[in-house]
Design a protein around this ligand. Structure first.
Ligand code: ADP
Length: 265
């Protein structure tokens, strides 16, 4: 329901009454409203890097290109902004494919323990000198039916956030827990954390706690929104727990496959 109020006044501007109009906002309208907001957000997100690039290119054209110290720095900024725009457009394409259901899940039986290890290995090789990686799970096999590319992206987004929002030297903890028929995949960092009131919103498209910080780290504000959709199409859930200044835990679930002998006979 949407409510609008109009005040009725007499000739002396004294209020004498109030008209209240209650309107039923249909689901269709809500979707339309969401779509408009999304387009406005996308336009804004694209304009920011473009205007930055324009001013640096203008400065170069106006003579900075001859300055040996400034020119490489300005070109570097333009390159970074281009990279971020490419990431943004790629993320948008992902989301639009997910929205239009124009995708196929290539599900296969995967031992998640081994799969998780390989993804963590990749980050550890790249960032092992700057962070401590703690694997808090046993090497037993845990089977799930997943599209490996999609869940790789979910983990990439969650782990790169843990690194982005943590101080150098921070610890990233990885856990796997089996409860009933679900596998709980958990990534914990000891970084800046997320304020309580923002915990649910960080999965919304373009929502960021600190816009400037996210931009500086090259973020698009879409990583967790994509992760959420991908987890949900696998029949799982995702959520965040956090204490400001202490750290953040992102958990998602995946339905476990029963490894019954007869399935393989
Ligand atoms: P971004 O590209 O901005 O990182 P995401 O969708 O991945 O976008 O995350 C949305 C927001 O959630 C981030 O801007 C950040 O404010 C917050 N966030 C996500 N992960 C973490 C984390 N591990 N620690 C602190 N804040 C986080």
């Amino acid at each position: 329901l949407r409510a609008s109020f109009s005040l009725i006044k007499d000739d002396h501007e004294n209020p004498t009454g109030l008209i209240t109009v209650l309107q039923d906002v249909t689901e269709q309208e809500a979707i339309e409203q969401e779509r408009r907001e999304f387009v406005a957000n996308v336009s804004h997100e694209l304009r920011t890097p473009l205007t930055t690039m324009r001013s640096y290119l203008e400065a170069l054209a106006d003579g900075a290109w001859q300055n040996e110290e400034l020119a490489p720095r300005f070109i570097h900024v333009a390159q970074n902004e281009t990279e971020r725009m490419i990431r943004l457009v790629n993320d948008l394409l992902q989301l639009s494919r997910l929205d239009s259901k124009d995708f196929q899940l290539k599900k296969q039986m995967v031992n998640f323990t081994k799969f998780f290890d390989q993804i963590i290995d990749r980050f550890e090789i790249g960032k092992g000198d700057h962070f401590i990686f703690e694997r808090a799970y046993s090497q037993r096999e845990r089977f799930v039916m997943i599209d490996k590319d999609k869940i790789t992206q979910v983990l990439d987004n969650i782990i790169s956030n843990a690194l982005k929002y943590s101080p150098e030297g921070g610890k990233i903890r990885f856990e796997l827990v089996q409860k009933e028929n679900n596998l709980y995949v958990r990534v914990t960092d000891d970084g800046v954390g997320i304020p309580k009131q923002d915990l649910a919103k960080v999965f919304d498209r373009f929502y960021r706690v600190d816009k400037a910080r996210s931009r500086k780290m090259g973020g698009t504000g879409l990583g967790l929104a994509i992760a959420k959709e991908m987890v949900e199409i696998h029949g799982g859930q995702i959520w965040a727990e956090s204490e400001e200044g202490k750290g953040t835990t992102i958990t998602f679930t995946l339905p476990l496959e029963k490894e019954r002998e007869e399935d393989f006979s």
